[in-house]
Design a protein around this ligand. Sequence first.
Ligand code: NDP
Ligand code: 2IT
Length: 449
Amino acid sequence: MNGIDEKLQPILATVLHRNAGEPEFHQAVREVLESLGRVVARHPEYSDEALIERICEPERQIIFRVPWIDDNNQVRINRGFRVQFNSSLGPYKGGVRFHPSVNVGIIKFLGFEQVFKNALTGMPIGGGKGGSDFDPKGRSDREIMRFCQSFMIELHRHIGEYVDVPAGDIGVGAREIGYMFGMYKRLNNRFEAGVLTGKGLAYGGSRARKEATGFGLAYFVQSMLEKKGTDFEGKRCVVSGSGNVAIYAMEKILSFGGKIVACSDSSGYIVDENGIDLELVKQIKESRRARISEYADLKGQGCTYVKCGSVWQVPCEIALPCATQNELNGTDAKALVKNGVIVVAEGANMPCTPEAVQHFRSAGIMFAPGKAANAGGVATSALEMQQNASRDSWSFQKTEDRLAEIMRGIHAACDQTAEEFGAPGDYALGANIAGFVRVADAMRAMGII
Ligand code: NDP
Ligand code: 2IT
């Protein structure tokens, strides 16, 4: 998978020109186009009627002002985004991110990835993403509520259970979804449970949604290891981040017999050679929203905290980047390979830079892209929509069983597609082609839209 097919190069040129100054979006499109050469060579109809150009252009992009009042009575202004990328398989579906780094290019890259990810789940959901450059760090609960309410006062006119169904992402969890759902309900005077996912269990949420992305990642890696004739038992794992995805990936890996030796947050990382105490991580990060450095303070001996630095310097066999885009670069990849990594799977969206992915590929390391490996979250969101539509509520076990089955299905689709297109073991290529074909077939059937 080196370079972009000649036929597809003008498409990339148009994307770069039309979306100037959006490097993350360029990176995501380039990575998909690199895989599509093999499809259009075999099925030229997929490049007819500007189909690929249309897939690279969002159906709709919404940017809006979000004014809110902080605890000191100061008026604050943030920018809100919702990029409705592709609705050929179902209503737009994808998370909302609150982080100061958010801009339209980042939301566009996330929306683009979401289109293929959602297609891979096999569920009837299109792709979209939203967010704001609002920084939740250090904000009081009341400030978070007022911000979420103001965000929804604008967003509500663009979403709906048959239109666009947001959920959480970085900085947005059950608390924020609750505040947004409350305002949506008030503005529309209807209890439309299926308009948001990741809701609390008290008002229409799904069991296992909170755990789903991390659990799904662990199931995906389990399938990869199985293909290699091995499993998690006793393997050293490093997970970056200590948020929703990281915590529940760690939980499932522990139940599979893996050993977690390090995790991180945006300030630094901790190494605990006794194995990370997940309950303590949950207490610090999930309940108190504090810093991971406290873990080392509380644990003392045998545990170290490294301020800044790269968690990927810690030797491991399984590396799971679960924090944010481009957090694992070429230098990190070299360190991982040198230290004997065997599997790298992306829990975050696009956490590995192209140089890192290339390095894993040339070193023969098994690598799973986020759009396949972290699809368990959105797949379970689709199960939440299904429960809401039928006014039902499934058990944890039933929901998790469905999730595990979906992850095995995604693994098989990526694996078989890579094999079919002459690149056995290349999950990135398999994921891009399998996702693309599903979206492209639906679009072709619907005419030029
Ligand atoms: P959370 O907000 O729960 O946690 C994010 C974690 O990553 C925190 O530990 C945070 O550190 C760290 N982090 C965030 N931004 C940066 C940064 N710029 N540099 C270093 N560390 C950073 O988010 P999620 O766990 O939900 O999301 C993590 C990743 O997984 C994202 O890429 C998201 O798009 C992706 N994802 C999420 C899904 C979901 O269902 N939630 C589904 C599929 C993918 P700190 O605590 O210091 O802020
Ligand atoms: O990146 C993602 O897949 C998510 N943040 C979850 C999206 C969703 O709609 O559940």
